[in-house]
Design a binder for this molecule. Structure first.
Ligand code: HEM
Length: 459
């Protein structure tokens, strides 16, 4: 594109702005220097321009579905090697996106959560058993990742990865994450001199890992094909056909979807839970209020479990989660492209082949919308306060047609788990812990531990 936006100002020949942002934590770096560069800015790495948006105002514009749509920047396009035309990585006009979206939507409605509710209760029970077997403080992100991985894989594919019975995560999880990270790095190299050669080298090194992942997924599919059982996502994908056209998903596309759900559905939710627990441990007033709500709804028995109907009643706990996802959106951004040539913010030209990444960590702290943006305050999500804010100033689940299909799943699971933890344990964090964030495919706290003491409820 010929356009030039403000940039970090240290641009060098050939490599461009490479070096202002570390390849290990580009998003964290963006959060640090992006806020000073105005509402839209760019970074050039070799021959690729990356455009970023940091203001709520421009975000609202880019979320207007009549003018803009989802875009796939290089780091996401690189994931197509693994996830192909699965829901997350499909181009807007690829036929399998529409087909899979229509076949799977019924499995993600609010009422569909009813069938996942008992699974979520069971995996939470296993988490509590797992904690009981530990001595000393527990690693929160690691625990939450085990939990969300089990919930997702059981709800979606009725598969048990045994996360709670081994200290290490299932080797499949590591292989999957490493393969995807490698894909993302390769995407960043695409336009570097020698980038395609390096890319092929990375591919060869990575081939074993990808084969392992693919074979495991294909085995999961093979185990179930031929069965009419459609009680979970995999069953729906194997058995459902489009009501009008009769079309079905191919086995390859089903493999792409499974990988997509495993990846999109577990680390994201794990991070959201972990950040919420971090902020609760740091804000005694919020912790007390959240616990009061859990006790009010669940009563005196620490073993009491919430019913499906009770989940939406944990309003304060939900606000605690919303506020954690404001400060630390675990999916750090999403990309948008104009449908036709247009001006953004009245002065920046964009063509359909251009795209801009909405940097949620900056948008969610835009001082023109949020008072004291670094302060954790769940009351920002009281209905009256939400109503006062401009539309699209809070977008942790993306926008429009391509927004998160798993949003209800993530919210139901998170509220359920938080309510049960608060009801059951006294929790306290290490007062000397300073929040550190790991940037993987998503953002998660690193090294955050909690001390958990079973609570004694009044008789
Ligand atoms: C899409 C965030 C949980 C499955 C997205 C997008 C965001 C997002 C921002 C849009 C990406 C884009 O525009 O490029 C989150 C967050 C979660 C979460 C913050 C947890 C707190 C889940 C869960 C599932 C899931 C639990 C599955 C059960 C998906 C899928 C898409 C998606 C399949 C692609 C949808 C499409 O394009 O049709 N998510 N997600 N997500 N998410 Fe989530």
């Amino acid at each position: 594109s010929g356009q030039t936006f403000p940039h970090a100002g240290r641009r060098k020949p050939i490599i461009g702005d490479l070096g202002v942002s570390s390849p290990r934590h580009p998003i964290l770096d963006l959060l640090e220097w992006g806020a000073d560069l105005g509402p839209i800015f760019e970074m050039r790495i070799f021959r690729q321009n990356f455009v970023f948006v940091s203001s709520a105002e421009l975000t609202a514009e880019l979320c207007d579905e009549t003018r803009f749509c989802k875009a796939l920047p290089p780091a996401i396009t690189a994931l197509r090697q693994y996830a192909g035309d699965g829901l997350f990585t499909a181009q807007n006009d690829e036929p399998n996106w529409q087909l899979a979206h229509e076949l799977l939507m019924p499995a993600f409605t609010k009422s569909a959560m009813q069938s996942y509710h008992p699974i979520m209760l069971a995996t939470t029970d296993e988490l509590f058993d797992y904690w009981q077997r530990q001595s000393g403080p527990v690693d929160v992100t690691q625990s939450m990742t085990k939990l969300t991985m089990e919930t997702l894989s059981r709800a979606a594919f009725s598969h048990d990865f045994g996360s709670f019975t081994s200290a290490q995560p299932h080797p499949f999880v590591g292989a999957m994450i490493r393969a995807l990270e490698t894909g993302r790095r390769k995407g960043g190299l695409r336009t570097a001199p020698g980038g395609s050669l390096l890319g092929r080298f990375i591919d060869r090194r990575n081939a074993g890992e990808q084969t392992y992942v693919d074979e495991m997924l294909d085995a999961l599919i093979a185990e179930r094909s031929g069965s009419a059982d459609d009680h979970d996502l995999l069953g729906i994908m194997l058995n459902a056909s489009h009501p009008e056209t009769g079309e079905r998903l191919s086995p390859l596309n089903i493999r792409y979807q499974i990988l997509t759900f495993l990846v999109a559905g577990h680390e994201t939710t794990s991070g959201a839970l972990s950040f919420t627990l971090y902020y609760l441990s740091r804000n005694p007033h919020c912790l007390a209020e959240a616990r009061r709500e859990a006790d009010e709804i669940l009563g005196d028995d620490p073993d009491a479990v919430p019913t499906f109907e009770q989940i939406p009643k944990f309003r304060y706990i939900r606000r605690c989660l919303d506020e954690a996802l404001r400060i630390w959106p675990t999916v750090p951004g999403f990309a948008r492209a104009p449908r036709e040539e247009t001006m953004v913010g009245g002065k920046y030209p964009m063509r359909p082949e251009d795209w801009a990444v909405i940097v949620l960590g900056l948008v969610h702290r835009d001082p023109s919308v949020w008072d004291a943006p670094d302060v954790y305050d769940p009351d920002r999500f009281l209905p009256a306060n939400v109503k006062k804010r401009p539309a699209h100033s809070y977008k942790p689940f993306g926008a429009g047609l391509r927004a998160c299909i798993g949003r209800q799943f993530a919210l139901h699971e998170s509220v359920l788990v938080l309510a049960r933890i608060l009801h059951r344990y006294e929790l306290s964090g290490d007062p000397d812990y300073e929040l550190a964030v790991d940037e993987r495919l998503t953002m998660v706290p690193r090294g955050f531990q909690l001390n958990l003491q079973p609570r004694r409820h009044p008789a």
